[in-house]
Design a protein around this ligand. Sequence first.
Ligand SMILES: [Zn+2]
Ligand SMILES: [Zn+2]
Length: 117
Amino acid sequence: MSHLQRNFIARNDGFRCDVCGHIAPPASGTFRNHCPACLNSKHVDDNVPGDRGSTCGGVMMLIDVEGSDPDNLDLIHQCEHCGKISRNRMASDDNKELAIQKSLEKSTDWKRGPKRS
Ligand SMILES: [Zn+2]
Ligand SMILES: [Zn+2]
């Protein structure tokens, strides 16, 4: 294979979610880095989404949801293993109800910005 690209790699593979076991089909029009069913992710990217540069492999749990437009939410994930926080735009087939529920849970403090440790 000779089509290696290092700067931006749009992965579009289907995968099986480590958290809930959902089989996520390949995304259309975007690349997928979190489970559309439970919205959890996995720490496989280092700096660039899709680079798969991290060797951590920890589960990245959904810890917060940001945004005021339900059609345009950002999911905030934190790695349970190393504590890395990443932000991802929701995909069109993600579980929007779960994201909205999460944002309501967090409605008292989610607008203060990400927690810093
Ligand atoms: Zn899942
Ligand atoms: Zn990690």
